[in-house]
Design a protein around this ligand. Structure first.
Ligand code: SAM
Ligand code: SF4
Ligand code: SF4
Length: 330
């Protein structure tokens, strides 16, 4: 198993299957910009992705999460899920949920085990404003209900932006608690360069717990597994939720994720400026062993700990080059 320079083991592969999206979330891909998307021929085929997964599995990767852009915009994603599910036990999806209701049955039949739905508001108007198009909360909820009916493990991601949706923390708990769906609140991160991030727009983990504690006793559980991004919490009735506090409580020391972009680049950190070109090897006739060695060398030379260094960089006024979140997939 490869370990990086800081002793972190490679375990988790995130695959972005497209950089396109049907939303324009203000915290990720805000409206009003001219986005340059990958051309069709630049994007890895399902067979190429499945090959990378097969090789990554031999290096210890046990979990693959499909993301984007919006992964459900990639046609016949179920065919990719079927290929990947033959390689690893745990195939998961992160989606904005807009197309989920119609697509989740085929995905579940193909072997999808878990789905994380990003839903930043339970109010139609706030949701529409945040995601940059007219959307009804009920449409996303229908996808969640259908996923639950099909027996998938469902989580809900809420990126919290101060004074936009930060007053809805308790509403999320009260809504999803009876459904047994784990909500994960995410501190607004400074990914990319376009989302107008500043520290004073971050609603911190501490404030999130304070909001929930107005009504419930919150018991911290810590990290459920090594490498887990979310801190776990439980309420007295057994309901669990999570907080991903990458800004105020960085967790680089346990980061075990490798990211593959839709155009075939490997990124070892959400905040890396550049990726490593794997597609060149995939399309240049490289043997599996060469690809394996390339992945190992990328991982072993890794020393990223951006979230731990962020405050120092901010203090120095440094602005590192960063790739947009919709290219990397979270
Ligand atoms: N389109 C899919 C979705 O929205 O779930 C998958 C890709 S999206 C980039 C993955 C996750 O990143 C989502 O849960 C989204 O809320 C989160 N995200 C995007 N921008 C963020 C930011 N600036 N800070 C924190 N989380 C962010
Ligand atoms: Fe929103 Fe996800 Fe699309 Fe980003 S990729 S704009 S978070 S739906
Ligand atoms: Fe991992 Fe980079 Fe995030 Fe740190 S900042 S947890 S190294 S992705």
């Amino acid at each position: 198993m490869p370990f990086d320079q800081l002793g972190r083991e490679l375990k988790d592969l995130r695959v972005s299957v497209t950089d396109r999206c049907n939303f324009r979330c203000s915290f990720c891909m805000p409206d009003g910009h001219e986005y340059e998307f990958f051309k069709r021929e630049e994007i890895l085929s399902f067979e190429e992705i499945a090959r990378v997964v097969r090789i990554a599995r031999t290096l210890g990767v046990k979990k693959v999460r499909l993301t984007g852009g919006e992964p459900l915009m990639r046609r016949h994603l179920e065919n990719l899920v079927a290929l990947i599910s033959q390689e690893v036990e745990d195939t998961a999806l992160t989606t904005n949920g807009f197309l989920l209701k119609d697509k989740v049955k085929d995905l579940a039949l193909a072997g999808l085990k878990r789905v994380t739905v990003s839903l930043p508001s339970l109010r139609d108007q706030t949701l529409s404003e945040l995601v940059g198009r007219n959307v009804k909360v009920s449409q996303i909820l229908d996808g969640i209900y259908k996923s639950l009916e099909l027996g998938l493990y469902v989580k809900v991601n809420v990126c919290v932006v101060k004074e936009i949706n930060s007053d809805e923390i308790l509403d999320f708990i009260d809504f999803f608690k009876p459904l047994g769906v784990e909500v994960r609140f995410i501190e607004f991160m400074d990914v990319g360069t376009l989302n107008g991030w500043s520290l004073d727009r971050v609603f911190s983990a501490k404030d999130i717990i304070k909001a929930i504690s107005q009504k419930y006793r919150v018991i911290p559980l810590g990290k459920q597994k090594k490498g887990e991004t979310a801190e776990g919490f439980v309420l007295e009735d057994g309901y669990r939720f999570g907080i991903i506090a990458s800004i105020t409580q960085p967790f680089c020391g346990e980061c075990n994720r490798l990211r593959l972009t839709a155009d075939g680049k490997l990124f070892t950190c959400l905040f890396a400026g550049e990726g490593y070109d794997l597609k060149k090897l995939l399309r240049g006739g490289a043997k599996d062993e060469e690809i394996r060695e390339f992945i190992v060398s990328v991982w072993e030379s890794r020393r990223d700990r951006y979230s731990e260094e962020r405050l120092e960089l901010l203090k120095k006024g440094e602005k590192p080059k960063k790739v947009e979140m919709f290219k990397l997939g979270g």
